[in-house]
Write a protein that binds this ligand. Structure first.
Ligand SMILES: C[S@@+](CC[C@H](N)C(=O)[O-])C[C@H]1O[C@@H](n2cnc3c(N)ncnc32)[C@H](O)[C@@H]1O
Length: 245
């Protein structure tokens, strides 16, 4: 069973999910989808939805479904949004019965597929779940061209849980970033330390665009505004071009 988010899921919302970033990001994503023709009350699939941080902002306009590989993250999402349909699955080989007007994958989660081959497989699965004219909106987190090593520092201060966060983001191999999380957690009159490393694939602009095009999607916009973390590749399914695999 996939367990990369087992521990982090227990404090993911406190540390990462906030109205300022998630609200602004989801708002812009809705604008972009509308601009490129998403219908009112569109059926939206949120890929790698995690704990569902974006879902409150999508529910007003769309019929939302979510998919994630982590049981731990999905359990939290299900508790928060019992009326939403969540699926346990892998971006690179998922097969759902429904097709969608739009599929989004946010906060750089696509990088968890790790390899270009898997990126292309994921894009194929996305395209084959889109109705003709349907939209894919994928945030790359960072592209190979834009990537720089960095150390992130941040904190969360809630009455019941305090977190000091440092994350070391470094190039491990030409196409692979390693993120090492150092989290100090203060609760129940105790302070504990959690350290964990994860690998995230780093793909070039050309690799993102080619993966979309080869999956049967026209790249209709590459959005670079800072309100969508990592920007966004937006592809539109050409009528009749994608065969269900
Ligand atoms: C950094 S979290 C982002 C979650 C959410 N998109 C957000 O913005 O809060 C990355 C998510 O990707 C999920 N994930 C990783 N690999 C995946 C895969 N191959 N297929 C589906 N989900 C995956 C993880 O379980 C985790 O929930």
């Amino acid at each position: 069973m996939y367990s990369d988010f087992k521990i982090i899921s227990t404090y993911y919302d406190t540390l990462y999910v906030n109205d300022r970033e998630y609200g602004a990001e989801a708002g812009r994503v809705k604008d972009l989808l509308t601009r490129h023709g998403a219908p009112p009350r569109a059926d939206l699939l949120v890929l790698a939805c995690g704990t569902g941080g974006h879902i409150p902002y999508f529910r007003d306009e769309y019929t939302v479904s979510g998919l994630d590989l982590s049981e731990d993250m999905l359990d939290l999402a299900r508790k928060k949004f019992p009326e939403v349909g969540f699926h346990l699955g892998d971006m690179i080989n998922f097969e759902l019965e429904t097709d969608f007007d739009a599929v989004v994958c946010l906060y750089g989660s696509i990088g968890f597929v790790k390899t270009v081959e898997n990126l292309r497989a994921a894009m194929n699965r996305i395209a084959s779940h889109l109705r003709p004219g349907g939209l894919a909106l994928i945030t790359p987190w960072s592209t190979a061209e834009d990537f720089r090593d960095l150390i992130v520092v941040d904190a969360a201060d809630r009455p019941d849980l305090k977190i000091a966060r440092m994350e070391h983001v470094r190039l491990k191999e030409p196409n692979m970033v390693e993120v090492t999380f150092h989290h100090l957690l203060g609760n129940n009159n105790d302070v504990t330390y959690h350290k964990q490393s994860m690998e995230i694939g780093l793909f070039s602009r050309e690799e993102y665009a080619a993966a979309m095009i080869d999956a049967g999607l026209n790249v209709v916009e590459v959005y670079t505004g800072k309100d969508v973390r990592g920007g966004a590749y937006i592809g539109k399914r050409v009528a009749g071009q994608v065969r269900k695999q």
